[in-house]
Design a binder for this molecule. Sequence first.
Ligand code: UD1
Length: 445
Amino acid sequence: ESQNLKVIGQGKLYGKVEISGAKNSALVLLAASLLTNEKIILENVPRLTDIDKMENILENLGVNLVFKKNKLEIDSKNISIKELPNELVNGLRASFFCIGPLLTKFGEAKVPLPGGCNIGSRPIDEHINGLKALGAEILIEEGIVKAKIKGNKNKLNGTNIKLKCPSVGATETLIMAASLAEGRTTIENAAREPEIQDLCQMLNKMGAKIYDSGKEKIIIDGVNNLGGCTHKVIPDRIEAGTFLIAAAATSSSIKISPVIPNHLEAVTSKLKESGSKITIKGNSITIKGKEIKGVDIETAPFPGFPTDLQAPFTALMTIANGESKITETIFENRMSHISLLNKMGAKIKLNKNVAYIKGVKAIKGMDLVGSDLRSSAALIIAGIIAKGNSKFYGLEHLDRGYENFELKLKILGISIKREFNKKTFTEKKYKLEAESEDIQKFRVA
Ligand code: UD1
């Protein structure tokens, strides 16, 4: 059996939509809960397949998890294994987050190399080098990263680390590892994404001593142990941005909440520049889409324009008045949506990681297949804008990262339906068609 989403094109959005908790925060907070023997209660956890996978990984380590609606109770006091099995890691890059907590708390960890995400090479050298600087001995054998604290010590050692690039994942790994290390650690050129601040806030509630998260230099004073806490995951700025872009693309007016508006500043400012009216009130953002002007974007680490919204914004620009230039600077291969957008009638020229778009009056619906999470969201937006209907395949990517996406779109007035087919859908067939246009290199996570 296969599933697809059928979208009726030329839709308009109306009303309000509730934004879920941030996937990328929840994933790292789940890993951070390994740092304590006491109970962690996480609120506002989105129900997503990525979160399910992370739960399975923790359960396999001996963690007890109870999920009630969006509340997750996590009890790590009975962890017995310090090793993640290969088959559970299965494409979840965030599984690698477990290395920091396991290593610092138990003195050793074995974690498979995180494969799976197809947005170009996503190395982990910054994680590894940082852990080594903290006093870990690391061997990579047969795809498994084996880490243990050097010598006869039972603690990592605080140190000064300077990241070569402000990697979100590496910053998180090193913060968690340093939280129980001996003495002070500083991380320079640290990532400043809101999810990192969320992590530090939770760790500080647990008793950690972390200063200046959200700044370029983070200071962590190691403590002897961490306790339990209750923590509410921040709203998902990427989900929020996706809905704002969908509204702009259909000249619609919607209100989204709850959000933390300053997490979305780069996005709302580009939407304004392209013609939308944005009103911010407390924890809500209202957008009134009007004309769509072509604007250029260049992805950048926070507070810059997020790479995770590059594909959705490209979908918006296909029908803009005038031209735009979209530059992806964070990941190598994050342009897999372009060839399908062109098939729908968009006029986009791709040169490496730069997309040059000439806005067209309309694009047309067709069968679509997402090859990663954010390009899937972009293609659904394209289907909503398009003339005619689209069928969207490859839902496993979408279900990884958008909670109740089609339900939320339905509530907003979009005609969208999940269809279940007897016939198995062969992703290959669609891939092959798409690949005829020289895109086999572009696959994204
Ligand atoms: C996280 C997010 C992802 C988002 C990305 C950038 C999670 C689970 N995922 O991914 O949705 O798109 O941030 O905002 O939070 N790099 C290295 N060496 C390393 C690590 C990274 O060179 O050791 C490079 C990567 O190849 C990439 C860039 O740094 O080009 C950014 O990666 P990073 O910030 O680490 O992204 P993730 O943490 O994987």
